[in-house]
Design a protein around this ligand. Structure first.
Ligand code: SF4
Length: 356
């Protein structure tokens, strides 16, 4: 057995092991993918669960340096989805047996916003007789707000740390009170305290990011004992300040392979968590999401936001699906799952097996 084969045969990986795995060449990378596929088959099977993605609003109080809808980007036309439109999206999810929705939004913490999300949660439960599973991804909030939304029906929450390296975090976020690294860590802990299945994730291929950073990200997710992960390649947005460093980025194919490696390694070290095959992967390459399913991912998120808003929630360049209506999006996912020899499960929450 070669060096990579020997590391893969271990029960536990050190940070140095993970760095070596992340640096593996093409042939050795196939060994990593093979091991991850075996683990996925054993612990998760070939089932894929769906979350219908509803992008509630692109209004955001924050100014993350990589993001297209950051507060400082004045060229974005802002929107907030209406009550009727949210109900239409819920109806679509129910009729098409998606089983779950994800409600995502720019980060706001006003009483009006908190109440709005709460009322959407109650509506989703009412319309589906409690059957629709609900993930929220509405950023950092107080524990009290998380608790309120939990009571109203949310049971999973995704809050991406983006980078677990404090120094790198502050190179991709303004260094101010609104973008405080410790506040984000505390928010993740609050989510656990409130009984959510808690998810996080990172961006892969950021300028300034090293393999050591990515290895630490994997260990962070393991040590924090997350239940779910949504991570994807960093894709630049030309109107975001971080675009200044575009010349330092790894080529697209390299970022894609690195993302797939991260997914595979996370599957190997966290065997029974939910891992999303994200839209950003598809933006990088046709077949990106399908490859992610093959090496460890088990969740896909058809975008069911009303079509007129799709191009207004552009966090990064070339976001796919912005011209599609919800039906197309779902049909595409069926094809992707089939190509990865996976089977979509309808009408089920698909909770993280890791959560107890
Ligand atoms: S990444 Fe999220 S919190 Fe940051 S500016 Fe974009 S929408 Fe707002």
């Amino acid at each position: 057995m070669n060096r990579i084969g020997n590391i893969l045969a271990q029960q536990e990986y050190s940070k140095e092991d993970l760095i070596e795995l992340l640096n593996a060449g093409p042939e050795d990378t196939e060994l990593i993918f093979k091991k991850a596929a075996e683990i996925k088959a054993r612990y998760i099977g070939n089932k894929v669960h769906l979350r219908g993605l509803i992008e509630l609003s692109n209004i955001c109080a924050k100014n993350c340096l990589y993001c297209g809808i950051r507060r400082g980007n004045k060229s974005v036309e802002r929107y907030s989805i209406s009550d009727d439109e949210v109900e239409m999206a819920f109806q679509f999810a129910i009729q098409n047996k998606l089983g779950s929705v994800v409600m995502q939004s720019g980060e706001l913490s006003s009483p009006v916003f908190i109440e709005k999300v709460e009322s959407f949660l109650r509506k989703a439960k009412e319309m589906s007789n409690g059957k629709l599973g609900i993930t929220l991804s509405c950023g950092e909030q107080t524990e009290e707000t998380y608790q309120r939304w939990r009571v109203a029906g949310a049971h999973r929450y995704l809050l991406r740390i983006e980078s677990s390296n404090r120094e790198l975090y502050y190179r991709i976020h303004p260094k101010d009170q609104l973008h405080d690294f410790d506040t984000r860590l505390n928010a993740l802990t609050s989510l656990k305290n409130c009984g959510y299945q808690t998810g996080t994730g990172v961006m892969i291929g950021l300028p300034f990011q090293t393999m050591e950073d990515l290895a630490s990200d994997l260990l962070f997710m393991r040590d924090f004992d997350i239940d779910m992960c949504g991570m994807g390649p960093y894709i630049e947005h030309e109107q975001a300040p971080l675009a200044e460093y575009n010349s330092e980025l790894k080529p697209v194919q390299e970022r894609l392979t690195l993302t797939l490696k991260m997914i595979a390694l996370l599957r190997i070290i966290m065997k029974d968590i939910n891992i999303a095959s994200t839209t950003a992967l598809q933006a990088m390459a046709n077949g990106g999401r399908e490859q992610a399913l093959k090496v460890g991912a088990n969740i896909m998120m058809p975008n069911i936001t009303p079509g007129i808003y799709r191009n207004k929630y552009a966090l990064y360049n070339n976001k796919p699906g912005i011209n599609e209506e919800a039906e197309d999006s779902q049909r595409n996912l069926e094809t992707i799952a089939n190509r990865a020899d996976c089977e979509i499960v309808y009408d089920a929450w698909g909770d993280s097996k890791h959560f107890d």
